[in-house]
Design a protein around this ligand. Structure first.
Ligand SMILES: NC(=O)c1ccc[n+]([C@@H]2O[C@H](COP(=O)([O-])OP(=O)(O)OC[C@H]3O[C@@H](n4cnc5c(N)ncnc54)[C@H](OP(=O)(O)O)[C@@H]3O)[C@@H](O)[C@H]2O)c1
Length: 220
């Protein structure tokens, strides 16, 4: 059996953070959850334990403490907060995998606040030069975690990163929560992945997919 990895989820009470926590708690992982609203965080931990006796999950007191103990850090927070948290975890995230799920949308959800060719993940890598930044889970909606198979097709979840071992580890994690991992390339591909989710959101609104939609590459 593989050694159990510890995953810190910062922003665990949000839509994505809680979806990730619920899904990952079913895998062979120890979870440290951090959210600023303690009552919501405690309720989430209790809910996960009530649904699964063997879930290894606990609330953390601060992002730095959670990240210090973790092998993998997931920043399930808005793009602006990602930058702020990077400053707080820089030392303890040294050489660790940090997953950027952020999509840097503008307020009207019709554009990105990042410059063309740049990405939220690329900016995070600059802020955390000694961490292994991996882009993942940004092209899936929070609601998809409950239903990662839509219309009979397993939703693809794209992954980008510069460190092959880190990308392989995140692929296992994506697989563990029920999506089909597709390694899209190095971290520079993140700008495309972030634009893909902008398109999916626009299509979701236009065609009323009800936030239950995902990408699927059809192939032989
Ligand atoms: N929702 C989706 O379907 C989806 C899909 C793909 C990617 N994403 C990306 O996932 C990220 C989270 O989105 P979401 O929809 O889950 O947002 P959300 O429901 O608003 O949750 C955001 C979380 O971040 C925390 N947070 C906000 N500012 C913070 C700060 N300065 N320091 C620490 N924690 C902070 C919030 O905690 P408090 O409320 O307790 O402050 C909350 O737990 C975003 O970057 C988004 O682009 C979302």
């Amino acid at each position: 059996m593989q050694t159990k990895k510890t995953i810190a989820i910062i922003g665990a009470t949000g839509n994505m953070g809680s979806a990730l926590a619920r899904s990952l708690s079913k895998g062979n992982y120890r979870l440290l959850l951090k959210g600023s609203q303690q009552d919501m965080l405690d309720a989430l931990v209790q809910e996960i334990k009530a649904n699964n006796d063997s879930a290894d999950v606990e609330a953390a007191t601060c992002p730095a403490e959670a990240s210090w103990e973790a092998d993998i850090i997931i920043l399930a927070v808005p793009f602006a907060a990602e930058k702020e948290i990077a400053g707080r975890i820089k030392e303890v995230a040294n050489q660790k995998i940090v997953i950027s799920i952020a999509n840097p949308f503008n307020e009207s959800y019709d554009g990105l606040v990042t410059k063309p060719g740049t990405s939220a993940a690329g900016e995070l890598q600059q802020l955390l030069p000694n961490s292994k930044i991996v882009k993942a889970f940004n092209t899936t909606f929070a609601a998809d975690f409950l239903t990662p198979v839509i219309a009979g097709k397993q939703v693809d979840a794209f992954i980008a990163g510069n460190d092959d071992e880190a990308v392989a580890t995140v692929s296992e994690l994506v697989n563990a929560v029920g999506f089909n991992p597709v390694v899209a390339g190095d971290l520079s591909v993140s700008s495309t992945l972030e634009s893909m989710q902008l398109l999916l959101i626009r299509l979701n609104i236009k065609y009323q997919y009800n936030w239950l939609a995902g990408w699927k590459i059809l192939h032989h």
